[in-house]
Structure formats: structure tokens, C-alpha cells
Design a protein around this ligand. Structure first.
Ligand code: C2G
Length: 131
């Protein structure tokens, strides 16, 4: 059983999120997803997510390619989460290329290409036009 772990905010779910989760799951047999807490997201992006953490967690948990979810409380705990869930590989989009190489001592680290042309930030801007 090969366990894959990935992390993200997954706010306003879109096709780029679904594709990376499906491709992450295809790297192994079990996919565990760490969902950034609202507080962690605020500290990274200086804004609150549109969907609160409990809703983002439940939406991701409902996807067929996802086996387990948890709330990621701190970026500093990544190594602990990798060990806790027994992850064989950490998968992230290549907007994070190189940023998680320090975990190569704990597990494989794989960066997958992002889906072009879509992001939560773009979607929010688009939706605002209809306001
Ligand atoms: N993603 C993608 N294609 C897009 C948008 C996002 O492949 N068009 C991927 C990102 O590369 C990431 C995942 O979807 O691997 C989640 O993206 P975000 O919700 O933007 O996650 P982020 O806020 O970058 O959080 O600890 C790491 C952070 O929690 C990552």
C-alpha cells in the first residue's frame, strides 16, 4: 500500500484542484489531503478563504480520488504529517517546485504540472464582474 500526501487550501473548488488530486492519487493507492486551516490561509494570503475550513474539508473528502482528509494547522508541521500518515510520497503542483525538497529525507517529493488558465483568484475576479 503506497500512501500519497498532498496539501492545499482548495478554496472555491475548480478543475485544476480536481486534476491534481486525481493525478496525485494515481501515484499510489491511498491519498491523504491536508487542507490549510483558515488561520494558516490568512497568514499565507492575507485574506480569508471564501469557504470556511470545515466546508473545504468536507468537499474534498467527498471526492472519489480522496481517501482521507485533515486540517493543516501549520506549514512547519509538514514533516510530522508525512510521518503520522506514513506517506511514501508528497505531491504538489509545480507552483511549489523546489519548495518542499527538504522532505526528500522522509519520502519521495513529486511536483506535477499545474492546470493552465484557472485559479481561485481568477475565478473570484470573474465572479465579481457579475456583482
Ligand atoms: N493547482 C493546480 N492547478 C491550478 C490551481 C491549483 O494544479 N490551476 C494545485 C496547486 O499546485 C496545489 C493544489 O492545486 O498543489 C492546491 O492549490 P491551492 O489551493 O492554491 O493551495 P495553496 O494555497 O497553494 O496551498 O502547504 C502548502 C499549501 O497549503 C498549498
Amino acid at each position: 500500500m503506497r500512501t500519497i500526501i498532498t496539501f492545499g487550501t482548495f478554496d472555491v473548488l475548480h478543475i485544476g484542484h480536481v486534476k491534481i488530486l486525481q493525478r496525485a492519487r494515481a501515484q499510489g493507492d491511498r491519498l491523504v489531503v491536508g487542507i490549510s486551516s483558515d488561520a494558516l490561509n490568512f497568514s499565507k494570503k492575507q485574506r480569508n478563504p471564501v469557504y470556511p475550513e470545515g466546508e473545504r474539508r468536507d468537499i474534498i473528502a467527498s471526492l472519489g480520488c480522496v481517501d482521507e482528509v485533515f486540517i493543516e494547522e501549520s506549514l512547519e508541521l509538514k514533516g510530522e504529517y508525512i510521518k503520522e500518515f506514513g506517506a511514501h510520497a508528497l505531491v504538489m503542483g509545480n507552483d511549489w517546485e523546489g519548495r518542499f525538497d527538504e522532505f526528500k529525507s522522509l519520502c519521495e517529493v513529486i511536483y506535477l504540472p499545474r492546470t493552465e488558465g484557472i485559479s481561485t483568484t481568477q475565478l473570484i475576479a470573474e465572479i465579481k464582474k457579475y456583482g
